[in-house]
Design a binder for this molecule. Sequence first.
Ligand code: SF4
Ligand code: SF4
Length: 134
Amino acid sequence: MSFFQVNRNCNGCLACVQNCPANALDYKDDGNTRTLLHNMTRCARCGNCWRVCPNDAVEFQHLLRGTWDEVATMELVRCIVCGEPLYTAEFEGTLSKRVDHEVQALCSRHRKSLPLGLWKSLAPVKNQGEGARK
Ligand code: SF4
Ligand code: SF4
């Protein structure tokens, strides 16, 4: 459904099309029908269409609502002590490659507060076959 919506008062006068500063409104004639068109990627949400419409037909409130579109979903890594969300498993993989060792999933609070013994058990795991740097 379009964010730009008109109510039943719209009579197709095209005042909104002619006064849209962003060329976000257009129309097409097809056979016996005329269709009002709106392009959200061009729309500046300036409200001019709503102001110039002589019939109070533009339901501008829909243009202000918008929704959040889910664009990607990934596995979430949480702090192994408190469960606080940290980053995605994919990001962890990227990080591990950068630093060349396994990254421990700890939030900043627990990275600082862990006792030394536990730190040792959580120490970075070196890649197999990796020798000391020369
Ligand atoms: S100005 Fe209003 S009545 Fe005219 S086409 Fe646009 S929405 Fe419809
Ligand atoms: S809000 Fe502004 S940019 Fe968007 S369609 Fe209306 S007049 Fe055009």
